[in-house]
Design a protein around this ligand. Structure first.
Ligand code: 26W
Length: 808
């Protein structure tokens, strides 16, 4: 690794200020400084980048292409400096030039090109793929507006546009010469010539895809990868001379259609809506990506016959599924391969990761939308579907129920998951439990037919960012106890920390680190929002997207129960808690927004009631995002992972908490199951039904009403919800939904079934917390055994089991 001193960096920054902004250091504002620093690091990475690319091409290595509609990158300045090994030098240079480095890092906007777990996972994986020296490229859309900014106004969520590119573009390099053309609409006709059909495509609308590349630095390596974000532009500038010729409207239409494609990230998490613009986004990004991979491959090899040997295309959920017919299109129409040969290449190139079993998240596109927008792709999908259906009929021997369930086109819809299962050479879930549910339930039939295709890769997180960078005190404890910084490249070394599980000094230090992190977080909240958090109380935290299955409502109901209990009996023996929530609700998700409002109402009531003083506090953190999570994780003590078992594919927030020494209160869902396997019964607060018990109870008939009526505490809470907090503001709608179903299914996510068990687990956590030594020991064990949840481990699994590529 080339090294840079403080002085060298300072000189480079001064140069950027002069040349790019025409300013001296004295004239520079914080944003100029930020941009100058970004440009300096960008140059270093670009130099590494050309070497990496050369080495990949010289050795004709197999490359990974990670296609994802979302990359929740967060901030990059501190992270890139960290990975390049110049963080301390950069901070010194910034201070030397008269700026506050902390303040400078804070000016960087989050690159919020994602909703939640799936997007952040893609970002963590880019870091690991690069660090492990795997030649890889990420592909997505350069959304002008990232995930909305959340404001809380009168207790309710308000969404504001996130213009992240104002400063965030400092990391992007536009490569106009690598522009691709993507075609929409029009008609296809087939001309018979020389014994085969040639499609002739007419009347289509073109959109240009312009790549904006972000260099990704690995840790402890000069290997660099790229995140390629496609921006959309119209090929025809609006030409006023067309005004009278009748083409004017078309030109304007084309312009508008093109530029809206990259305008905004859809803010839906785990909820599918068949919107035309979303389909256009998907095809735009996938078509540009596949064309760009193919173009580079042709330049290097002159043929596509070996394409599948040199590339793997990993698709992050079904959102990039159109990569399958798009690659077929190129091989058939542009290369002139016959179907079998093209299919062989495609089915040895593409692999699919599933991230959810929720039925409402499964993508099923109306065939009229696909055929109208993408006529040639539609024809190819039809052919794939017809051939698959014949295979299914033969295999299931005419059992039409099973054929129907597995069909790609059915009821005038295209089912993307079935298309993926048919065409991909590997299908994986994201935790042991989730992959099991895929095999035994969601994809049961397909798995019987091709069992070897179905795999598991348990998710992981970038432990350099999510531990070392954000929790420096814990990082130095781990270094002290495990013999240096080896754990950064070998997370299994974190185990060595366990040798100190009974070392009173180390346990005390764990406690001090947490206490100090809590104070720091509280100071931040006070500065930003003027709220005083009680740092003597346990920080009990639930942060994640707001969704019924994640059961923020179970947490709130329990808090209301505690509050009522405390009101009734002010001497009630209780371990003081500060409950923290953070969650964005999809703008169209009414109930999720109601729950946010409820949390804020509970917060107001509890925080202003003298009975709760110093004992019970509830606070909703506005605009939960990557950079806020980075401040919060090190300060958290109890991690709420309380989804209905079987619903949370993995969770990755759970891993961030664990690595930062929080203990988990959770159900046996997603990766919690594997966390439990790691730490054992004694170091986690488990509660609730298991996934199979949930399924059984559903089968037998779950009667929420009976649970409610026979539980005085639940009725107590229900009464407060019905009465409301202020005049005219009650939550009877929520009670109705839980108790009687209000037309739908009552308590679909079985809060009532798990309530007593949750209450008991909360009680156990509270009691344990009073024995700080015991708590700290549990905390140490959680940190020590969290190494398996490092993204490096996940990426090695992908590389060995699915991609077949070498790695560090
Ligand atoms: C089309 C609407 C839509 C949007 C996003 C459907 C589905 C999604 C994502 C797949 C939802 C998602 O982020 N899933 C989460 O993925 C994480 C990474 O694997 C898991 O840890 C979470 O459990 C899972 O909910």
């Amino acid at each position: 690794m080339a090294e840079y001193t403080k002085d060298q960096l300072a000189r480079l920054i001064i140069g950027k200020l002069q040349r790019n902004f025409g300013r001296t250091v004295d004239q520079a504002h914080l944003i100029h400084m930020f941009k100058a620093c970004a440009l300096v690091l960008r140059d270093i990475m670009a130099a590494h980048g050309s070497t990496s690319e050369r080495l990949t091409h010289v050795a004709h290595k197999r490359q990974v292409h990670y296609l994802s509609m979302e990359f929740l990158m967060g901030r990059s300045l501190e992270k890139n400096a960290y990975n390049l090994g110049v963080l301390e030098e950069l901070k010194e240079a910034i201070e030397f030039l008269g700026f506050d480095s902390g303040e400078l890092f804070e000016t960087e906007p989050d690159a919020g090109l994602g909703n939640g777990g799936l997007g952040r996972l893609a970002a963590c994986y880019l870091d690991s793929m690069t660090t492990l020296e795997i030649p890889a490229t990420g592909y997505s859309i350069c959304y002008e507006l990232g995930i909305f900014k959340q404001k809380i106004v009168d207790g309710q969520q308000v969404e504001l546009a996130d213009h992240w590119l104002d400063l965030g573009d400092a990391w992007l390099i536009t490569k106009v010469d690598e522009t691709e053309e993507v075609r929409f609409g029009g008609t296809v006709e087939y001309n018979w010539k020389d014994g085969r059909n040639y499609p002739v495509y007419t009347g289509y609308t073109s959109v240009l895809a312009i790549p904006k590349d972000m260099e990704i630095a690995g840790y402890g390596t000069e290997h660099t990868n790229t995140l390629r974000l496609w921006d959309a532009k119209s090929p025809t500038p609006v030409d006023m001379s067309l005004y009278s010729s009748g083409d004017y409207l078309k030109a304007v239409e084309q312009q508008a259609m093109a530029e809206v494609i990259a305008k905004v990230l859809y803010p839906d998490d785990n909820h599918y809506e068949g919107k035309s613009l979303r389909l256009r986004q998907q095809y735009f990004f996938v078509s540009a990506t596949v064309q760009s991979i193919v173009r580079k491959h042709r330049e290097e090899y002159g043929t596509l016959r070996n394409f599948h040997e040199k590339h793997v295309i990993q698709i992050n959920d079904t959102h990039p599924t159109l990569a399958i017919p798009e690659l077929m299109r190129i091989l058939l129409d542009e290369e002139g391969y016959d179907w079998e040969e093209a299919w062989n290449i495609v089915t040895h190139t593409v692999a699919y990761t599933n991230h959810t079993v929720l039925a409402e998240a499964l993508e099923r596109w109306p065939q009229s939308l696909v055929s109208g927008l993408l006529p040639r792709i539609w024809d190819i999908i039809r052919e794939i579907a017809a051939r698959y259906q014949r295979d299914l009929e033969a295999y299931f021997e005419g059992d039409m129920g099973r054929v129907a369930r597995n069909a790609i086109i059915w009821d005038n819809e295209v089912r993307m998951a079935n298309l993926c299962i048919c065409a991909c050479y590997a299908v994986n879930g994201v935790s042991a439990l989730h992959s099991d549910i895929l095999r035994k339930d969601v994809f049961f039939d397909a798995c019987q037919r091709e069992p070897a295709k179905f795999k598991n890769v348990t998710n992981g997180i970038d432990h350099r960012r999510w531990l070392s960078e954000i929790n420096p005190a814990l990082d130095s404890l781990i270094r002290d106890c495990t013999g240096g910084d080896g754990y950064l490249l070998d997370p299994s070394r974190m185990q060595l920390l366990e040798d100190y599980a009974d070392d009173a000094g180390v346990l005390e230090r764990i406690g001090q680190i947490k206490a100090e992190n809590k104070r720091r977080f509280a100071a931040y909240v006070e500065k930003e929002h003027g709220i005083l958090l009680n740092t003597d109380a346990m920080f009990d935290v639930q942060v994640k997207r707001l969704h019924e299955y994640k059961r923020q409502l179970l947490n709130v109901i329990h808090i209301i129960y505690l509050y009522l209990h405390m009101k009734e009996n002010p001497n009630f023996d209780f371990t003081p808690r500060t409950y923290l929530f953070g969650a964005k609700a999809a703008p169209g998700y009414y109930l999720a927004k109601r729950i946010i409002r409820l949390i804020n109402d509970v917060s107001k009531r509890v925080n202003n009631d003298p009975v709760c003083r110093d004992r019970l506090q509830v606070y909703f953190l506005e605009n939960y995002r990557v950079s806020l999570a980075e401040k919060l994780m090190p300060a958290s003590e109890l991690s709420e992972q309380i989804s209905t078992a079987g619903k949370e594919a993995s969770g990755t927030g759970n891993m961030k908490f664990m690595m930062n020494g929080a203990l988990t209160i959770g159900t046996l869902d997603g990766a919690n199951v594997e966390m439990h396997q790691q730490v054992g019964d004694d170091n986690i607060f488990l509660f609730g039904l298991t996934a199979s018990e949930v399924a059984d109870l559903k089968q037998r008939g779950y009667y929420a009403y009976d649970y409610y009526m026979s539980n005085p505490d639940l009725k107590w809470v229900g009464k407060l919800l019905n009465d409301g907090f202020e005049e005219g503001n009650n939550y009877a709608d929520i009670t109705r939904r839980l108790v009687t179903g209000d037309g739908g299914m009552a308590d679909e996510y079985m809060l009532f079934a798990d309530f007593e068990s949750y209450k008991a687990a909360q009680q156990r956590a509270g009691a344990t917390y009073r024995d700080q030594k015991k708590w700290n020991r549990m905390s140490l064990i959680n940190v020590a055994r969290s190494g398996i949840f490092a993204a490096d481990r996940s990426i090695r699994d992908y590389a060995d089991d699915i991609w077949n590529v070498p790695h560090r």
